[in-house]
Structure formats: structure tokens, C-alpha cells
Design a protein. Structure first.
Length: 354
């Protein structure tokens, strides 16, 4: 695998299709990609598992006061939106839209860290809760999934219509990062009027590789954690919508593969788990991205095998690949000045396009 520095050098100054009018010369800007800050993890966080678990569970994160708003969707459902800024913030303040990871929400450590970063910079921070993730079951049978680029599109279009004068950015975490990257690739140059730049943190761009990784060894602990909330939510939907899925199969699920095959795939129109993972993986779409896009993945991420990570030959010229050796899955806890490396890296990239 190419190291992070080589990958960053490979992306520098290459044209960014469809963005020339918005970003001057249409290239990844030097201040966005070089020099990229290194992720120096402390000695007491050895390995991908500790770098994943301890930042998420045991390191204090900022308290962020949220203001909740409910957005009705075009299909008669709703999304809960948490705003990390005052309602009277300037209409031209930069907007950062955050799409969370599997079973995440605005209280997730990464959401608090990034929203705190928005508040410090005077940005408007928005955490979008996927359907059923805001603390209340959504109205419809459908839920959310890794390839739900249609939901991304609707949200970002509404954000653009609400704050047309503001520089707009989007960040996706893990599952949300895959969905965001898929949307960017599908839209190509058409994404430029909606967002100036995007970032995906610890996104599993190859869903089959990520799903398989969660079936082995210590990773089964993460699987159990996810299924502890996914299964009850799915069973509630089956009770509300008889015939939606097989409740007995859902109860027997012990892996993400089994859950996606029993519930996620059939509920969202896929033929099965393999069809769902194949059609929803963003990796093939990275070639078609036409706005500046940061893909930040640690090489020791337990959820995302290093061999599945995109290489420079797999992505469009305006995709900046950053793959530090350390960081875990959405951990990236580092030695000062800012211990949250993913925040430092993300804002350094996005601010270049403000």
C-alpha cells in the first residue's frame, strides 16, 4: 500500500473536474493537502482497537448545546436535525453538515468534537440523524443504510436552499461517509453548486470487506454492540408492518452480514446482502467525484481492512487520500496541540475551500 504522504503527493495540483468555476484553478489546493498534519498517537493507545474504543468511550468530549428541529421528508417521514449554533447565526456563516455512522447520533464522540469545532470557528454545525436514530422510531417501514445517497441528496438540497449565501460542506462518518461519497460520485460535477468540499472519516468504501472483517476475532465485540440496538429496532418495525421481514431470522442474527440479509437488504429493495453491499459500496464511485473530497482512513482501522482502502489509481483527481498508519476507527486521538486529529485534518481541508 502506498503511504499517506505518497498518496497526498499523488493528488496535489491535479484538476478537479467540475469545480473550476467555484474554486479558481480547479485543483486540490496546497493548503488543503500539504503539509498534512501527522497523527501521532500517544504511547498509551497502542493498536487499532484501543485507538477505536478509548476515544469513543472514555475520553471526555466537549458538551455541545444542540437545538433540535424536525424536517419532514418528501415521502411523509421525518429526520431529526440537531443544530450546534444559535438560531440567529449569520446567514452567510459556513455550514457543516454531519452524517453519522451506524447507530450513531449527535451525542457520539465524533459529533461532539466536530460540532465543537464548528462553534469555535463561528460555523453553523448540523447533525443529521438518519431515520430512526434521533431517539424516536420513524414513521415508515424503511430505515437507513450505507448506500442511501438519495437521503443525502435531499438533505443537502434543503441545506443549500435554506442557506444559499453560505459556504456549505459535508462530512460523513463511517456509514455516513460511504453514503456521502456515493452521492458525490453519482452527482459528479452537479454536486458543486450544493457543496464546496466534503470529507469522509473511517468510511468503509468496500462494504463486503468491512462486513467480513466484523465477523472475526475481537471485532465480534463491535458486532454485538451494533446488533444490540439494530435488532430491537428492526423487530419493532416488523410488529408495526407485518410481513416486512422475517422476525425469527432477525432474532437469530449474530453478524452484520446476517442482519443485512434478513432486514436491511429486503426492506430497502435489494435482493440480498451481497446485492446490497455491492450496489451500496462507494469505492467504484470515487472515480467520479468532482468536488474536493478528503478520504481519511487509518491503516489499522479494525472495521476497514487496509487492503480494501482506495489507492490513488482508484479515485478522481480531486479526492485527497489520507491513510495514516495509526488512528483506529474514528479514533485518531493524538498528542497535542489538538488531540482530535480527525478534527484538525478535516477543518484544515475544508477551510481551504471556504
Amino acid at each position: 500500500m502506498e503511504d499517506g504522504d505518497a498518496l497526498r503527493r499523488a493528488g496535489a495540483r491535479r484538476p478537479c473536474g467540475g469545480s473550476r468555476g467555484a474554486f479558481g484553478d480547479g485543483a486540490l489546493r496546497d493548503d488543503a493537502i500539504s503539509p498534512a498534519p501527522a497523527c501521532h498517537t500517544p504511547w498509551w493507545l497502542p493498536g487499532g482497537h484501543t485507538q477505536t474504543i478509548i476515544p469513543a468511550r472514555w475520553i471526555a468530549t466537549p458538551e455541545v448545546p444542540y437545538r433540535r428541529e424536525r424536517w419532514d421528508t418528501p415521502d411523509g417521514d421525518f429526520l431529526d436535525i440537531d443544530h450546534a449554533c444559535d438560531a440567529d447565526a449569520s446567514p452567510d456563516a459556513p455550514v457543516l453538515v454531519l452524517f453519522h455512522g451506524l447507530e450513531g447520533d449527535s451525542s457520539s464522540h465524533y459529533a461532539r468534537v466536530l460540532m465543537d469545532g464548528c462553534r469555535r470557528r463561528g460555523w453553523r454545525g448540523i447533525v443529521v440523524h438518519f431515520r430512526g436514530c434521533g431517539g424516536e422510531d420513524n414513521r415508515h417501514a424503511r430505515a437507513y443504510h450505507s448506500g442511501d445517497s438519495a437521503e443525502i441528496a435531499w438533505v443537502l438540497d434543503r441545506v443549500a436552499g435554506t442557506w444559499p449565501a453560505a459556504p456549505r460542506f459535508a462530512v460523513g462518518i463511517s456509514l455516513g461517509g460511504n453514503a456521502l461519497a456515493k452521492w458525490c460520485g453519482e452527482q459528479g460535477a452537479a454536486a458543486a453548486p450544493t457543496v464546496r468540499a466534503c470529507a469522509a472519516i473511517s468510511a468503509p468504501f468496500d462494504l463486503a470487506a468491512g462486513g467480513a472483517a466484523l465477523e472475526h476475532g475481537f471485532n465480534r465485540v463491535y458486532t454485538h454492540m451494533f446488533l444490540r440496538t439494530l435488532i430491537p429496532k428492526a423487530l419493532r418495525k416488523v410488529r408495526r408492518f407485518p410481513g416486512l421481514a422475517d422476525a425469527q431470522r432477525i432474532r437469530r442474527c449474530r453478524t452484520i452480514r446476517e442482519f443485512d440479509d434478513a432486514f436491511t437488504a429486503p426492506v430497502h429493495g435489494f435482493r440480498g446482502v451481497e446485492d446490497y453491499w455491492h450496489r451500496s459500496s462507494a469505492k467504484p464511485w470515487l472515480r467520479h467525484v468532482a468536488v474536493p473530497f478528503l478520504a481519511l482512513n487509518a491503516a489499522n482501522d479494525p472495521f476497514v481492512p487496509a487492503v480494501s482502502l482506495p489507492r490513488s489509481m482508484d479515485v478522481a483527481p480531486c479526492v485527497a487520500i489520507d491513510q495514516p498508519e495509526q488512528g483506529g476507527h474514528v479514533g485518531f486521538y493524538a498528542v497535542a496541540p489538538d488531540p482530535w486529529h480527525f478534527r484538525t485534518r478535516t477543518f484544515a481541508f475544508l477551510q481551504a475551500y471556504r
